[in-house]
Design a protein around this ligand. Structure first.
Ligand SMILES: Cc1ncc(C[n+]2csc(CCOP(=O)(O)OP(=O)(O)O)c2C)c(N)n1
Length: 373
């Protein structure tokens, strides 16, 4: 069966948004507890990228109607950092079949879209020699390039719906602190405190824009992954890393604009419950990196949102002492933890950009992770 073949060649998990064309494959991975259902296609790319950085080998799957949702992390994350992934994309709107109107345009352009972003693809139907195709996949991936399988209706055997998801028994979120903003601290101070107070071997994944640049300006480190693009994806990359490096502290430093962009990603962090996961939100209530425009965080209670998603603990801080004591508590207790820090906005930032290429940094991060026991 084709599933055995995918497993044999090393694709050990599957992350994506369901399409009925893939039900039999999804069933197989689900039975092996290796299926992750993401909330959107971009989140799938980011989780898979995190897994790949940490030594995993996932397949990203989705219906071609969701291709657009994946484009940003495909181009600005995996291609920019040379993190090669295998995509399995169903071909709705196939010109040889009569399909619903909403699929027709994407059906026509799916293959060309992959070509135009520099990803080779093959259309999979029953006439194709899968072994030959896998040789191409292996070649491209070993050169740091992604590859896409565009799957026609009926390629995978038809099966009934997936086995049910078992609801986990999760204790109520523990609220560590709920402080009221009085005098906000600076982001620089907060990042410095995070760096100094998390265990020295923790890896740190930072969100796009000034956040990553400020982390870099405080001292480059192989344990850092500066996510230069893919706004909103840092917590999903972190989840992917944490799912592989289970005994390791994974620290995500997020921005409010970024988190709001892909808020649903928090549900998978809560569902998979990485115990050593700390999700920091640096909340300046603005898109500082693009000129300080307000963000929609102004009226949002992130602590309640994290609690609604069932994080293990939530802490909302606006002073240094509370931040330090929250980190120390989180390190000693099982996560995933959410720590929001309200910070003041700065008006004239001037941070250096990482001088090494994203590809260099990604490789260095992977080496760092692979040397951890
Ligand atoms: C998908 C995407 N949309 C928009 C941008 C442009 N952009 C870069 S950083 C940024 C603001 C990020 O806001 P936030 O996460 O709150 O962090 P801050 O800039 O305040 O540190 C925006 C809109 C982008 N890089 N990627």
């Amino acid at each position: 069966m084709i599933f055995d073949y995918f497993k044999k060649v090393g694709f050990n998990s599957m992350v994506g948004v369901p399409c009925s064309y893939f039900n039999s494959m999804m069933n197989c991975y689900h039975k092996n507890k290796k299926l992750i259902i993401s909330n959107n296609e971009g989140e799938a790319v980011a989780i898979a990228a995190g897994k790949k950085l940490a030594g995993g080998n996932p397949i990203v799957f989705f219906q071609n109607s969701g291709f657009g949702n994946a484009l940003n992390p495909i181009t600005s994350l995996i291609q920019t950092n040379k993190i090669p992934l295998l995509f399995m994309v169903s071909l709705r709107g196939d010109k040889l079949l009569r399909d619903e109107p909403q699929h027709l345009i994407m059906g026509k352009i799916t293959k060309n879209l992959f070509t135009s972003i520099g990803i080779r693809s093959e259309i999979l139907d029953s006439s194709k020699n899968v072994k030959m195709i896998f040789k191409k996949i292996k070649d491209d991936i070993s050169e740091g390039k992604s590859f896409a399988l565009i799957v026609k209706k009926g390629f995978f055997e038809k099966t009934k719906n997936l086995t049910k998801f078992v609801k986990k028994k999760i204790p109520k979120t523990y609220f560590l602190t709920k402080t009221k903003s009085v005098k906000k601290i600076s982001r620089r101070n907060v990042i410095n405190i995070i760096k100094k107070n998390v265990p020295t071997k923790s890896c740190i994944i930072s969100s796009t824009g000034f956040l990553s640049r400020e982390l870099y300006s405080l001292g480059d480190d192989p344990r850092n992954f500066y996510m230069v693009g893919a706004m909103g994806c840092s917590c999903s990359i972190s989840l992917g890393v944490a799912m592989i490096k289970k005994n390791h502290n994974v620290i995500c430093i997020d921005g409010d604009g970024a988190l709001l962009m892909r808020l649903g990603s928090m549900s998978n962090i809560s569902h998979y419950r990485p115990k050593k996961f700390l999700h920091f939100l640096i909340n300046n209530e603005s898109h500082e990196s693009t000129g300080g425009q307000f963000s929609n965080a102004i009226n949002v209670n992130f602590g309640q949102i994290a609690s609604g998603f069932n994080y293990a603990s939530v802490s909302v801080c606006d002073d240094i002492e509370t931040l330090i004591s929250s980190i120390s508590w989180c390190i000693k207790n099982d996560g995933p933890h959410f720590i929001e820090v309200k910070v003041k906005k700065i008006t004239d930032p001037d941070f250096p950009r990482p001088s090494e290429t994203p590809e260099f940094n990604a490789r260095r991060f992977t080496n760092y992770l692979s040397n951890l026991e």
